[in-house]
Ligand binder design. Structure first.
Ligand SMILES: [Cu+2]
Length: 349
C-alpha cells in the first residue's frame, strides 16, 4: 500500500519526566533545522540525546511519558519513509533510572496514527513487559502501568502490537538504562546508538517515498540497515564527536527486528565491554567486535588516543553499503608514538 500522508508536526512532545529534581530521565526530542528546512522531518535521534548519569543514592519514582507518532521522515538523500516512532524519533527516547526505582509509564497514541501501538520494556518483570497495559488506539491514552526496576542493565523497549516485527522495523524501539547502585564508572562522554533494518518494496537507493514490504520483512531481506533510524544518519552533523585523551561510552542496542549486529569501530578497540549489557558481571577487556542480538544491547567504553575519523559498522560489511555507517570524529594532537603514517616513498628508478 502506498502511503503519502506527510506528517510534519514536530509539536513539543509531552515528554514530561519527573525525576525528583534530578533532571529528565528521558532524552529530549530536538527537531533538527536542516531537515525542517527541506520540509521533511528528521527522525534521527542525535547520539548525544540521552539523560545524564544519576547521582542520587536512594530509589525514587520516575515518570516516563511516551507518545507514539507516525510520520514521514528522511530515510536517505531524496528518500523518505513513513516511520512509526516513540516521541517522533528513532530510536525512542533513552530512559535512565536506578535499580530499585519505581517507573510509572504512561503512553498515548497520536491522533494522526493509523495503527494501535504499545510498549514492552525488557526491564520489566511482569506480563507482556507492560505491553497489554499500554495498548492504545489512535488518539487514545493507554491505561499505563508501574514497575520496579529490579535488575541493573541496558534494556531494549519496543512496540509489541502484532505483527511485532512490522512495528519494530518501522522504528518502534528504544532503550532504558537501569543503573546499578553507585552507577557506572565515569566517562567523559556518553552516546546512544541503535541499529535496525527497514524492508521497502523499492530497492535500496530509490528516490521518493518508499513503501514497506511485508513480504521482504517475512523473508528477513531488508533493503536498508540503519543506525538511529536513517541511512548514514550518524555522519556529519550527527556524528559522535570527542577529543583525544577522552574516554567515551556507547550504549549500543539492536532494535532489529531480525538481524544480529557484529558491532565494530574501525581503527579502535573496545577497552571495556559489558557484554549483553550485563552490568553486574565482570566486563570483558580489549575486544574488537561484539555480537548484539535483536532485542539486546551492550555497553562499550573506549579511550581515545589518536585523532581521526573512526567508522562505526556492523562487521557484516555488506550492510555498510545499505546505509549502515556512523562516524566517531576525534580531534586533538597527533600521537605518533601510537600511530603515524609513513612518508611517501621516493620513487625508485
Ligand atoms: Cu506499534
Amino acid at each position: 500500500m502506498k502511503r503519502n500522508t506527510l506528517v510534519t508536526t514536530t509539536s513539543a512532545l509531552a515528554l514530561a519526566i519527573a525525576l525528583g529534581g534530578f533532571g529528565s530521565a528521558v532524552a529530549e526530542d530536538k527537531a533538527p533545522e536542516s531537515a525542517q528546512a527541506a520540509g521533511v522531518a528528521d527522525i534521527v535521534r542525535a547520539p548525544t540525546d540521552l539523560p545524564p548519569a544519576i547521582d542520587r543514592t536512594e530509589p525514587e519514582t520516575v515518570k516516563v511519558e511516551l507518545e507514539t507518532i507516525e510520520k514521514v521522515g528522511q530515510l536517505d538523500d531524496g528518500t523518505t519513509y513513513r516511520y512509526w516512532t516513540f516521541n517522533g524519533q528513532v530510536p525512542g527516547p533513552m530512559v535512565r533510572v536506578r535499580v530499585g526505582d519505581t517507573v510509572e509509564v504512561s503512553m498515548k497514541n497520536d491522533e494522526n496514527s493509523w495503527m494501535p501501538h504499545n510498549v514492552d520494556f525488557h526491564a520489566v518483570t511482569g506480563p507482556h513487559g507492560g505491553g497489554a497495559a499500554t495498548m492504545a488506539d489512535p488518539g487514545k491514552d493507554s491505561n499505563g502501568f508501574s514497575f520496579k526496576a529490579l535488575k541493573p542493565g541496558l534494556y531494549v523497549y519496543h512496540c509489541a502490537v502484532p505483527s511485532v516485527a512490522h512495528h519494530i522495523s518501522n522504528g518502534m524501539y528504544g532503550m532504558i538504562l537501569v543503573e546499578p547502585e553507585g552507577g557506572l564508572p565515569e566517562v567523559d562522554r556518553e552516546f546512544y546508538v541503535m541499529q535496525g533494518e527497514l524492508y521497502t518494496e523499492e530497492p535500496f537507493g530509490t528516490k521518493g517515498e518508499l513503501m514497506e514490504s511485508y513480504e521482504k520483512l517475512s523473508a528477513e531481506q531488508p533493503e536498508y540497515y540503519v543506525f538511529n533510524g536513517a541511512a548514514e544518519a550518524l555522519t556529519g552533523e550527527k556524528a559522535l564527536k570527542a577529543e583525544v585523551g577522552e574516554s567515551i561510552r556507547i550504549f549500543f542496542g539492536v532494535g532489529g527486528p531480525n538481524k544480529t549486529s557484529s558491532f565494530h569501530v574501525i581503527g579502535e578497540i573496545f577497552d571495556t565491554v559489558y557484554s549483553n549489557a550485563s552490568l553486574t558481571s565482570e566486563p570483558l577487556m580489549d575486544v574488537q567486535t561484539i555480537s548484539v542480538p535483536p532485542g539486546g544491547a551492550s555497553v562499550v567504553d573506549l579511550e581515545l588516543e589518536v585523532p581521526g575519523t573512526y567508522v562505526l559498522v556492523d562487521h557484516a560489511l555488506s550492510r555498510a553499503e545499505r546505509g549502515l555507517a556512523g562516524h566517531l570524529v576525534v580531534e586533538g594532537p597527533e600521537n605518533p608514538e601510537i600511530f603515524q603514517e609513513h612518508e611517501a616513498k621516493e620513487p625508485t628508478s
